[in-house]
Design a protein around this ligand. Structure first.
Ligand code: BJW
Length: 236
């Protein structure tokens, strides 16, 4: 790893693995969400058009389950990094849970949306949301009963891509935590960051699909790897 004093701009990408030890199912592991549900039924616009009740119910259950889980040591460590790192840090998460925020992170870019947000398909405004949607509540802005989960499904454009690519273009260090590297465009961030000279580090339970793209990969549970790495960055 490049001498830490040279690291001024860090981009971190997190995925479902960082929340696994908090008790949230990942997608692609044995017993994960995509073994329990067909991805084309619950995570595509076409699936939502075909059976909105199924999709709204799926996300209602996942939103309600957030009340039963807590951030773990990895979320807390990234919050400590945000508070104590003197350079620029961008935390990008593919996760729709709110565990980074509850772990203390103040600036989190949710590129795949958030469970606690609703998107109105009529007025297209996003509103904070912490209730079921299966009963077709009205949009708080335009009153139309056309709310959907504010999450990014396959075939849809993730949020704030321009901001992410700009940060990747000037990053000294890109760190990927708890993601399988199976879903684009996030899976391509490592190559994007490398192209413009960033060091790249993977922290994951096991080698991801793109592990060979990283300069360094450390494998194990996020609750152990992330606090250790944060202490290294902060020189503790
Ligand atoms: C631990 C651990 C522990 C466990 N500690 N680790 C080529 C280029 C561009 C696009 C495509 C392409 N080929 C195909 C596409 C289209 C498609 C895509 O990528 N398909 C793939 C299946 C191939 N992508 C899209 O459609 C995206 N949109 C798009 O591309 O728009 C056009 C565009 C083009 C160019 C630039 C920009 C845009 C949208 C993708 C939307 C994904 N949506 C979902 C659902 C969100 C809502 C919800 O949560 O329900 O996002 S799918 C699901 O996968 C979710 C996740 O965010 C995402 C990634 O999953 P993640 O986080 O990696 O989880 P897992 O389960 O896969 O992995 C967990 C990892 O953790 C594992 O490795 C474990 O080992 C590890 N782990 N325990 C540390 N304790």
């Amino acid at each position: 790893m490049r001498f830490m004093a040279e690291i001024n701009r860090i981009v971190i990408l997190t995925g479902a693995g960082i929340s696994a030890e908090s008790g949230i199912d990942t997608f692609r592991s044995a017993g994960g969400l995509w073994e329990q549900h067909k991805v084309e039924d619950v995570a595509t616009p076409e699936g939502f058009a075909r059976d909105p009740d199924l999709v709204l119910g799926f996300y209602d259950l996942r939103r309600a389950a957030l009340a039963k889980v807590k951030p773990n040591a990895a979320h807390h460590a990234l919050a400590k990094l945000e508070a104590d790192f003197s350079g620029e840090l961008l935390l990008v998460t593919q996760n729709v849970d709110d565990l980074h925020e509850r772990g203390g992170s103040r600036q989190v870019l949710h590129m795949h949306g958030e469970l606690k947000s609703a998107l109105c398909t009529s007025c297209e405004i996003r509103s904070p949301w912490d209730a079921p949607m299966s009963d077709r509540p009205p949009c708080p802005i335009c009153q139309a009963q056309t709310l959907r989960p504010d999450v990014v499904w396959f075939g849809e454009m993730p949020y704030q891509m321009e901001r992410i690519y700009t940060a990747l273009g000037s990053a000294d260090l890109f760190v990927s935590i708890g993601t399988s590297g199976a879903v684009y465009p996030a899976a391509g961030f490592v190559q994007e960051a490398r192209q413009t000279g960033a060091r790249t580090l993977e922290l994951n339970l096991e080698p991801s699909d793109g592990t060979h793209f990283f300069h360094e990969a450390r494998h194990g549970p996020a609750s152990k790897l992330v606090p250790t790495w944060v202490d290294e960055v902060l020189g503790r």
